[in-house]
Design a protein. Structure first.
Length: 139
């Protein structure tokens, strides 16, 4: 397995990103995970779609949290998304990722937010999420 080889090579941390449409791959990834993160934008379709991901994490019997992202920095959408997620009785990560131009540039440039804009707000948010995840998995 790739994760076992990564561990042999000294990896301390792995992120597995799966398609929400591939239940078998997603379940296998969830079972291998120490923590399942379920990204969700504050939009109706995303808020409806996370139900199957939440059930998958519960089926895998792994700790999980919904990460609300692409939230406009101003306005009520973040709070409204949290209220909708609460109806699933699902934990929500305490770090929200805002809708920031830096995230779009990162994707185009093949970088993470801290590389693209080391002192920017996107990098700050991503680092806060990283610290929270490390704490959750005991690192």
């Amino acid at each position: 397995m790739i994760l076992q080889e990564a561990l042999k090579q000294g990896a301390a941390f792995a992120v597995i990103d799966t398609s929400p449409n591939s239940e078998s791959a997603s379940l296998a990834a969830a079972r291998a995970a120490d923590l399942v993160l379920i990204p969700c934008r504050p939009h109706l379709l995303d808020l409806k779609a996370i139900g199957s991901s939440i059930e998958l994490a519960r089926l895998a019997k792994k700790p999980f949290a919904v990460v609300v992202n692409a939230v406009p920095p101003r306005g009520p959408l973040g709070a409204e998304a949290n209220a909708a997620i609460a109806t699933y009785d699902a934990p929500i990560a305490p770090v929200t990722l805002s809708m920031r131009v830096a995230y779009y540039h990162c994707l185009v440039n093949g970088q993470v937010a801290q590389e693209y804009e080391p002192l920017g707000k996107a990098g700050e948010e991503a680092f806060e999420l990283y610290k929270w995840v490390r704490k959750q998995v005991g690192m």
